[in-house]
Design a protein around this ligand. Structure first.
Ligand SMILES: NC(=O)c1ccc[n+]([C@@H]2O[C@H](COP(=O)([O-])OP(=O)(O)OC[C@H]3O[C@@H](n4cnc5c(N)ncnc54)[C@H](OP(=O)(O)O)[C@@H]3O)[C@@H](O)[C@H]2O)c1
Length: 285
């Protein structure tokens, strides 16, 4: 693949990341196809210059049709099911939706895929995890994030599979947005429940930049996080303060681990928002 226009299929083209990625790729001159399940969302895709395709990732025939229609050089997998906090549905989408997408890619002769994963699935620890650190195990030795491992294995089975382990997204449209973000709303009530105590954040703009940069990255796994690893004991009270609340309770579902962005930096990406600490003071002002 040379440096000219590519045909790119963005699966999940209406999500908080997908929509930004579609917009950036269209502006860069690529031929972009973007999927949604909802007919009422096709207009916003078409308005930014992409071709909308209706696709439910859990329906193999839909996925095959999307790949056959777009004949992509590259598939970008930004499918999540988190708008209603449906973690079971999200896990199913990671496993079945990814399997359907990878199978359709293979059938269509596409071996290049960039997929969304998470940076907080590493085994617990206080130092930063690079991409060689194993993912967390439950007490019985089974994967603590089985659906994440399933997604990553499927994507990396492709000749040019790239897995981006994004940190906790903040910025417009995210859980931390002052305009309707669920975690921000809770912080106004004084409550913080972190996914993991050790946390790496990343601004949605930086996650978008990294995904576009990853068009030319080699097969493998890359953490996409800011430089300012933190713990909920630090960022929890800070979030409550910017939301204008008074702390009532701060907890985390798991200990987790923050991540290193050294590999992404070595590939040429660098965050425009290197620290959530400075970025939040502007974002929430
Ligand atoms: N790393 C992180 O911290 C992280 C990552 C992702 C999301 N989030 C949070 O989750 C919240 C919601 O995320 P979001 O705006 O991206 O929305 P979302 O509801 O998670 O949907 C993301 C994309 O996946 C598509 N999708 C979902 N289920 C599908 C299915 N079965 N088949 C095909 N497509 C499907 C959606 O398309 P439709 O148009 O069909 O709904 C949409 O394009 C955000 O506030 C964000 O902060 C956080």
């Amino acid at each position: 693949m040379g440096g000219g226009a590519w045909s790119v299929l963005v699966a999940g083209g209406t999500g908080v990341l997908g929509a930004r990625i579609v917009d950036r790729l269209v502006r860069a001159g690529h031929d972009v196809f973007a999927t949604t399940r909802r007919p009422e969302r096709t207009a916003s895709i078409e308005a930014c210059g992409a071709t909308a395709l209706l696709m439910d990732a859990l329906v193999p025939a839909d996925v095959t049709r999307a790949v056959e229609t777009s004949r992509p050089d590259l598939i970008i997998h930004e499918l999540t099911d988190l708008a209603e906090f449906d973690f079971g549905g999200n896990a199913r989408l990671r496993v079945e939706g990814t399997a359907n997408l990878v199978a359709a890619a293979r059938a269509g002769g596409v071996d290049h895929m960039i997929a969304q994963s998470i940076a907080w699935a590493y085994e617990p620890g206080e130092d930063l995890a690079d991409e060689t650190v194993p993912l967390a195990r439950a007490e019985d030795g089974s994967p603590a994030f089985g659906s994440v491992e399933s997604l990553e294995e499927a994507v990396l089975s492709l000749g040019r599979g790239v897995v981006l382990r994004y940190g906790m997204l903040y910025g417009p449209g995210t859980w931390y947005s002052p305009k309707g973000g669920a975690y921000y709303r809770r912080a106004r009530e004084g409550e913080v429940v972190a996914t993991t105590a050790w946390t790496s954040f990343v601004h949605v703009e930086d996650a978008t930049d990294a995904t576009v940069a990853a068009l030319t990255w080699p097969r493998g796994v890359v953490n996409i996080v800011d430089d300012a690893a933190t713990h909920v004991d630090e960022w929890g009270p800070a979030l409550v303060a910017v939301a204008g609340g008074a702390v009532s309770s701060i907890s985390a579902r798991a200990e987790g681990r923050a991540a290193s962005n050294a590999r992404a930096r070595s590939l040429g990406w660098k965050p425009r928002h290197p620290s959530w600490r400075e970025s939040w003071s502007q974002y929430y002002e």
